[in-house]
Write a protein that binds this ligand. Structure first.
Ligand code: NAD
Length: 491
């Protein structure tokens, strides 16, 4: 039964209110200082969350450590039962959670609903692993010896989250951590913490033992850093930018704490002469504008065979010119909402301006939208780009698509691989041999063939080079939350 002594964080309206951390199964005011949360589409104040300090983080980690031994001892099938309670709670609150994501992150409504539904499915998917966690029995070189490989939880995990799919990221960290017998402390992005506090509210309504799941809000430099530096944390699982990933790795290295890093991308899309150009244009456009281009695995640069460059560009021009954008909390029928903050507008304008000055042609857009309140940037299509331009090398993370003509598959593969990122890639072709060659030679964690995003929960989402260390999802992602204990039995 739900623990009635807990203070609920539940809200029934989006009027600004104060949220509390969730530590050891209770909502409490741990911080005197707060952070404001605003709607990026219109600046509305949505609420206040704690700006947690190191002492508060220590309380949360201590609660997670205290809860871990008995959580680990539960049969996995019982732990899975709690995950199913969580997924049921998410489904019951789907509309409310989606509304918060729309307000807090600026996502369009149907994408926010998809995100919430996917998070619920993700908890159920992880629960299904309860009867499939396996060890191994190995043959020994020695007489009468048996070798066992046992997989055990790491202990206490810290999950540090980005803002772009804030609710799904909770599921991606919490689901596998808990199923495998770890306890967790999460820290949401200071841009989008409210959905995480709402998640804590629904967790509080389940029977999950106190301390198994904990939430602290705050800045990256204090709260996130304290969590990473804490000696009681056995793994930091982080999704966010490369720069922060490097800092987290440096901090974690001092205690030799394990890290799992899901970082940025600069996904290439290759369009060959025999591709279905309508399909490719629609998929790449949709990929670039979904979540206003703020997705790590969506097409950031296009290499198109020179023989179909003009007709392909014409299709993209039409799609970009007809992209509807605005404030998803007040308008319907939109394709995309705002960028997350002013810094994003500045970064993207700078990248586009640098490209223009270096000779790129702006086919559509290319301007900050100053006729609307909020952080809006026009859907932008660029041609005449060259491989050395910043727009072809740096993660733009906005609705900006540069398109470059290439001589064929070999050049497209070489340019694709010439990047410090290696998360996802895509290819459009009806030639199976060309596709297989690309899959052999592309140095990326994922390749999408004749489609764009997203990854699947049963796959393995992992970046090469600066796109990350380790991965998430599926069996391989699950085992990242465990360590191997080898037992040698003589007799
Ligand atoms: P970010 O790096 O700015 O922040 C992410 C989180 O790190 C936030 O919670 C922040 O408070 C925290 N943080 C900041 N400094 C910290 C520090 N010194 N120590 C500990 N924590 C700290 O990233 P963002 O802007 O929220 O997210 C966008 C980035 O995330 C993009 O680069 C995108 O590509 C990447 N991303 C990657 C994936 C993936 O699966 N590979 C998925 C989504 C987003």
């Amino acid at each position: 039964m739900p623990n009635n002594q807990r203070t609920s964080n539940d809200v029934t309206s989006l009027s600004p209110r104060h949220y509390q951390n969730y530590i050891g199964g209770t909502f409490r005011d741990h911080a005197t200082d707060t952070l404001e949360v605003h709607n990026p589409a219109n600046g509305d104040l949505l609420g206040y969350v704690p700006n947690s300090d190191a002492a508060t983080v220590d309380e949360a980690v201590s609660a997670a450590i205290a809860a871990q031994p008995s959580w680990e001892k539960l049969p996995a099938i019982q732990r899975a039962g709690y995950l199913r309670q969580i997924s049921a709670g998410i489904r019951r609150r789907r509309d409310h959670l989606a509304a918060i994501i729309v307000e807090e992150q600026g996502k369009i409504r149907n994408l926010a609903e998809t995100e919430v539904a996917f998070a619920a499915d993700y908890f159920d998917y992880m629960a299904e692993w309860a009867r499939r966690l396996e060890g191994e029995v190995l043959t020994s070189d020695r007489v009468a010896e048996t070798i066992l490989l046992m997989h055990k939880p790491l202990g206490t995990v810290a999950g540090i989250l980005p803002w772009n799919f804030p609710f799904f990221m909770i599921a991606r960290k919490v689901g596998p951590a808990l199923l495998t017998g770890n306890t967790i402390v999460i820290k949401p992005s200071e841009e989008t913490p409210i959905n995480a506090h709402e998640f804590a509210a629904l967790v509080a309504e389940t029977d999950l033992p106190p301390g198994v799941f904990n939430l602290v809000s705050g800045t990256g430099v204090v709260c996130g850093h304290s969590l990473t530096a804490h000696t009681g944390v056995n793994m930091v699982t982080f999704t966010g930018s490369v720069g922060t990933g490097v800092k987290i790795m440096e901090t974690a290295a001092r205690n030799l704490t394990r890290v799992n890093l899901e970082l940025g991308g600069k996904a290439p899309a290759i369009v060959l002469a025999d591709a279905d150009l309508d399909l490719a244009a629609r998929a790449i456009h949709a990929s670039r504008i979904i979540n206003t281009g703020q997705v790590c695995n969506c097409a950031e640069r296009v290499y198109v065979d020179q023989t179909v460059y003009e007709p392909f560009l014409a299709r993209l021009k039409d799609l970009f010119a007809n992209t509807r954008y605005g404030d998803p909390s007040r308008e319907s029928g939109l394709d995309m909402g705002p960028l997350i903050n002013h810094a994003a507008v500045t970064r993207i304008s700078g990248i586009v301006e640098n490209a223009r000055q270096a000779g790129a042609e702006i086919i559509v857009g290319g301007q900050v939208c100053d006729t609307k309140p909020g952080f809006h940037y026009q859907p932008t299509l660029l041609a005449n780009v060259t491989p050395d331009m910043e727009v072809m090398r740096r993660e733009t993370f906005g609705p900006v698509l540069p398109v470059m003509a290439v001589s064929g598959l070999d050049e497209a593969i070489a340019l694709s691989n010439d990047s410090e990122y290696g998360l996802t890639s895509s290819i459009y072709s009806s030639n199976i041999n060309a596709v297989l060659k690309a899959c052999r030679e592309l140095k990326f964690g994922e390749t999408y063939v004749n489609r764009e995003n997203f990854e699947a929960m049963q796959g393995f989402h992992a970046g090469r080079r600066k796109s990350g260390i380790g991965g998430a999802d599926g069996k391989h992602g699950l085992y990242e939350f465990m360590e191997t204990h080898v037992v040698y039995i003589q007799g």
